[in-house]
Ligand binder design. Structure first.
Ligand code: ADP
Length: 475
């Protein structure tokens, strides 16, 4: 059941990392721990034997001093040795040969190496295996009768007890290690699951987003980094959805925009192809409509082309020394008739001339066209007033276009420069006019700001930097 999770990459990596570390640590602990315990028990057992040998040795040397038969006393002591179950006591003669044992059995060796060493230097010990292959600790102490060595007392214990203790330490540490590994496995499994489960939900959701389903959202229940990721993905899906909706809206509105003049052109061309309808008056009227609508069509198509060039960064600007006043006057003139028709007064206040701006005349004019076109389009239905002001401020030429039209809601205002965005109260249009304005003004190093009070009107400000004198002189 639970091992299915081990197949996932994160879990495998985690298991390899953590298990290796924990496993190596436990092995080191077991080896180090058992060596330390073994060493401790051996040295304390050896010390206990040394203490015993010292006190017994001193006792017998004392007896000798009191002129008692030393060898006989030793023999009696060994034969009645009280601790013989635990410790084997041996006696070796003055050349190191074992002559007596408390067990009654012969010694494993006639001349043990610790006895030989004790003959030379009072006390000596031995830790290792005896000739029967049994691990033992042995301590020998020579007992002196005056200047000479009378005998050597040898105490031997088996290390079986110590080995048993070391084994139980190894078992205890191994048990602890297994428990630790299990704890690591289960806690890690829980931890990894808490990452993998949300990750698979996120993967499923992003797959759907990739398949253009922008309505999907990840449950907002994780309060950690995964929650942040989920939140960002939800935001992304919402933004993609909004942009998709805007694009769809753009396609339908642009089709509609293109269809309207085409319908007029088609209608008039059909009318004029009917000989019964073809009067001079009709021809003149029809041709006027056809010409105006084709001009509108080509303006729309070139706006679309400009937009796509700006988006791709392929827009080439024909930069020259510009008289912005002249460009603005020409644009206002273009709109005069349309404004009059809509009962809108178009008032331009500008000096006769102003400092030159380094720019592309056609693009700068396009900026004015798009803004004034909006100002007319979004004027109140019963007419209005559009005031256009051009003036110089510091190193900039500023143009302010203020209408008293329907205005823009504060909700829409931050979005209106986005491509394809059309406000709630939008009139026929593509939604790219202000995006084009933004790009062109930026390409000229200028600024473009828009402010509006719903119901009261909109004020747009565009500034262009004045051409530097050095450049002007160079021309
Ligand atoms: P559109 O083709 O829709 O006019 P624009 O990019 O030119 O596209 O404008 C974006 C939106 O900004 C419009 O849909 C409209 O809601 C709003 N807008 C722009 N200019 C004005 C204005 N002068 N008055 C009111 N609303 C405006």
């Amino acid at each position: 059941m639970g091992f299915k999770i081990l197949r996932s990459g994160i879990t495998r990596r985690w298991v390899i990392n953590i298990f290796t570390i924990v496993f190596v640590t436990i092995c080191v602990l077991i080896v180090g721990g058992s060596l330390a315990v073994r060493g401790y028990y051996i040295s304390s057992a050896r010390q206990a034997l040394i203490n015993k040998a010292e006190s017994d040795g001193a006792y017998f040397e004392n007896l000798y001093a009191k002129e008692t038969d030393l060898i006989e006393s030793v023999r009696t002591y060994v034969e009645n040795y009280a601790q013989k179950e635990k410790i084997e006591l041996m006696v070796a003669n003055s050349v190191g040969r074992v002559t007596l044992t408390s067990s009654g059995f012969a010694s494993d060796t006639d001349y043990p190496e610790d006895v030989m060493a004790a003959l030379a230097s009072d006390t000596a010990s031995f830790v290792g295996s005896n000739s029967y292959g049994e691990n033992v600790i042995a301590v020998s102490r020579s007992v002196k009768a005056g200047d000479k060595v009378a005998c050597v007392l040898r105490y031997v214990i088996s290390m079986r007890g110590i080995q048993g203790r070391v084994l139980s330490v190894i078992l205890m540490l191994s048990g602890f290690g297994i428990l630790l590994l299990l704890a690591c496995y289960f806690s890690g499994r829980y931890f990894v699951k808490s990452i993998i489960n949300p990750l698979s939900t996120i993967t499923e959701t992003t797959k759907k987003i990739a398949q253009n389903d922008f309505s999907v959202r990840i449950d907002d229940k994780y309060r950690d980094e995964i929650g942040d990721l989920a939140h960002e993905i939800n935001n992304m899906a919402a933004a993609l959805g909004a942009s998709e909706a805007m694009k769809n809206d753009f396609t339908s509105s642009i089709s509609h925009e293109l269809l309207t003049p085409l319908t007029a052109i088609r209608g008039w061309s059909e009318t004029l192809s009917d000989p019964n309808m073809r009067s001079d008056d009709m021809i003149e009227k029809g041709m006027k409509v056809i010409s105006a609508e084709s001009a509108r069509l080509s303006a729309m198509v070139s706006e679309l082309l400009d937009f796509s060039r700006l988006q791709n960064g392929n827009m080439t600007l024909n930069m020259t020394k510009l008289d912005v006043v002249a460009e603005l006057e020409e644009t206002v003139l273009m709109f005069e008739e349309r404004a009059k028709k809509n009962n809108i007064s178009l008032i331009l206040t500008a000096p006769e001339t102003c400092s030159p701006v380094f720019g592309d005349a056609a693009r700068v004019k396009q900026v004015f066209v798009n803004i004034i076109d909006n100002a007319i389009k979004y004027s109140q239905p019963d007419g209005g007033r559009i005031e256009i002001n051009l003036f110089e401020k510091k190193d900039r030429v500023c143009i302010i276009i203020a209408d008293n039209g329907i205005g823009i809601s504060s909700e829409d205002l931050p979005k209106i420069k986005q491509k394809f965005f059309k406000g709630a109260s939008s009139r026929p249009g593509s939604g790219i006019g202000l995006a084009i304005v933004t790009d062109i003004v930026n390409l000229h190093g200028g600024e473009f700001e828009i402010d509006s009070v719903p119901g009261n009107g909109t004020t747009v400000m565009v500034t262009f930097p004045i051409m530097q004198t050095a450049l002007q002189d160079g021309e």
